[in-house]
Write a protein that binds this ligand. Sequence first.
Ligand code: AMP
Ligand code: GLY
Length: 425
Amino acid sequence: MKILVIGGGGREHAIVTAIARSSKATEIFCAPGNAGIAELATCVPIGVMEFDKLIAFAKEEKIDLTVVGPDDPLVGGVVDAFEAEGLRVFGPRANAAIIEGSKAFSKALMRKYNIPTAAYETFSDAEEAVAYIRAQGKYPVVLKADGLALGKGVLICGSEEEAVAGVREIMLDKHFGKAGDKMVVEEFMTGREVSALCFCDGKTIRCMTSSQDHKRAGDGDTGLNTGGMGTFSPSPFYTEEIHEICMKTIYEPTVAAMAAEGRPFVGVLYVGLMLTPEGPKVVEYNSRFGDPETQVVLPRMENDIVDVFEACVDGRLDEVTLSFADNAAVCVVLASDGYPQHYEKGFPISGLETFKNCKDKFVFHAGTKFGPDGEVLTNGGRVLGVTALGADLREARANAYAATEAISFANKYMRHDIGKAIDEA
Ligand code: AMP
Ligand code: GLY
């Protein structure tokens, strides 16, 4: 099969790596890809939102299956556009990707179908939002821009003053653009956060192994929110018992709800969970693989991923049993110092060759590009994700940090406590 992956970050590098292991894949393309992906796939210089060009390429190359990585093209309808041209594609249509694209939609869905989540109200008027927050008088309170905001449209406000400023930022100053036309005001939940990535075919849902993300920039979960500074899998807090509860109260009801609404979800449903004292609740849904969760989940998957993609697209996921190795993985993100704010890029990276042909450690490129002489340069805030496997989380963590030492670039920055939570488990 000729397979096209849309995207060019660490998640797509992990997806391409999994596809490269498939006995079905004969040729892999990636649009736009990056310097790491280029080792496994032919990178095509087409942007993820250039649907016409992507479709023309898929037709010309006779691509058998396209796999979509990022949220923007999914929410923008790339799957609908491919299907309209008779092309096979893995991912949710726009009317299902809205589960990530609109928090107002996903909260209303959970309310209608009794899926456990934080109590909330939706507003399209700033004054009404402020009046509600004052009447509730409970802090911290969580404010969420309705639409996609690069994972940054969530404000946790510790006081009335902060909350009023937050409403202004989202709804009046439009810090997140049109994403802030509507806003969700939500109860603050406490507990461990776990990411559940699940394959769906519209009717059946099959969960991959669990993982946890570290979203804050600094050690000890301090500093600004980022796209993710590191991950580990499995989560020691996500027990078999909790999985059973989630299956009955969250995963199966969500897939059934989307089908009942005429929005069957096909693709990867990412359920962000909070393990609260009252039980697991949904923090958010995403309509795609997580980044950098994918970088610890897929290296542990034993199935041929192309088989699973096809079973989803063909609506026969009930025939598939997912299988994950009885080991653990830790991914440490190497970022440019200053991320997620101001940072420099364009520095040469050394040490990448130490990962070549390794089966128990990987370097997934997130923000890299080739320089004029073919050398690999930093090209983003998150530059690389270094993943290592181990017999258990402790070993995987030691292996991952040892592997990071092989890599250097001028402004390399990383957290030193990825996976440390396992010491508390
Ligand atoms: P989201 O984009 O909805 O995942 O929110 C980003 C982050 O904000 C989450 O990963 C949580 O750490 C935090 N968060 C979101 N909603 C809540 C909530 N209701 N209570 C506590 N923390 C939250
Ligand atoms: N790691 C968080 C996300 O993919 O949204």
